[in-house]
Design a protein around this ligand. Structure first.
Ligand SMILES: Cc1cc2nc3c(=O)[nH]c(=O)nc-3n(C[C@H](O)[C@H](O)[C@H](O)COP(=O)(O)OP(=O)(O)OC[C@H]3O[C@@H](n4cnc5c(N)ncnc54)[C@H](O)[C@@H]3O)c2cc1C
Length: 230
């Protein structure tokens, strides 16, 4: 929809990967719709995933004993976070929809993306208890996890050895995104692209573009335990 702003947080080392292609076609389709699209290409940016003292510019709130959560919160309030964090927070603040594009690593996101969340979604910016979940500070924004797997769909079914794929979405979608107030659109999952035929991979890309065509009409999921563990 024209005028909407989309941030794609993208974590893959290889532009020719399926993740790279999914990111590229999302930029093309959303731009065609008149959306303004920004990509945070984390590997290309060499984004620092570690939460350290370097994230705070100037004096610490408690120099005697370093507590990252407290220091980042104070630094946010005082405008003393490092430049890279201020820039990523600006992108999130402007976005109507944040798409996370990544390959599944150990039932989760790659460390570089988790590090982005650790450092960007700090207290005061994304949450500030009791402002969490429905009242989280990023409410009125949408989040969508778009990812690829090594395992096939059967492995991630109720009967499969890895269990229903929704189980592993709870920490990412509920524990991070929804905690910070984001409304969650259904995930977009490409199962086992490495073992798919060329035609199947092309179909995966086509399905993603087709979905994006009507993405603004979608209703968020009900982010309750039942959605994940029913
Ligand atoms: C540390 C680590 C942990 C992991 N943990 C898990 C786990 O817990 N669970 C799990 O299921 N998997 C896991 N995996 C596997 C991982 O999720 C998959 O390898 C990954 O999702 C595959 O996506 P990709 O983009 O890297 O695929 P790629 O190998 O890059 O892409 C697949 C194929 O698609 C081709 N392709 C790219 N663009 C196009 C196009 N436009 N048209 C047609 N073909 C195209 C590529 O050339 C390639 O041949 C893990 C991997 C690692 C390294």
């Amino acid at each position: 929809m024209a005028g909407k702003k989309v941030l794609i947080v993208y974590a893959h080392q290889e532009p020719k990967s399926l993740n790279g292609s999914l990111k590229t076609i999302a930029v093309e389709e959303l731009t065609k719709q008149g959306c303004s699209v920004t990509v945070s290409d984390l590997y290309e940016m060499q984004f620092e995933p570690r939460s350290t003292r370097k994230d705070i510019i100037g004096d610490l709130y408690n120099p005697e004993q370093f507590n990252y959560g407290v220091e980042a919160w104070e630094a946010f309030k005082n405008g003393c976070l490092s430049e890279d964090l201020i820039e990523e927070q600006r992108k999130v603040r402007e976005a109507d929809l944040v798409i996370f594009q990544f390959p599944l690593y150990w039932f989760s996101m790659p460390a570089i993306m988790k590090g982005w969340l650790d450092r960007v979604f700090v207290q005061g910016f994304a949450h500030n208890f009791p402002q969490c979940y429905e009242t989280g500070l990023l409410k009125n924004k949408l989040a969508l996890l778009s990812f690829t797997t090594g395992g096939d769909e059967g492995i991630y079914s109720d009967e499969g050895v890895s269990g229903n794929i929704r189980y592993l979405l709870w920490p990412m979608q509920h524990g991070i995104m929804h905690f910070c107030g984001l409304s969650i659109l259904a995930p977009h999952i490409c199962f086992a692209p490495e073992y798919a035929s060329e035609e199947e991979r092309e179909q995966m890309l086509t399905s993603w573009v087709e979905r994006l065509k009507t993405i603004w009409e979608e209703e968020p999921i009900k982010c309750t335990a039942e959605w994940y563990y029913k």
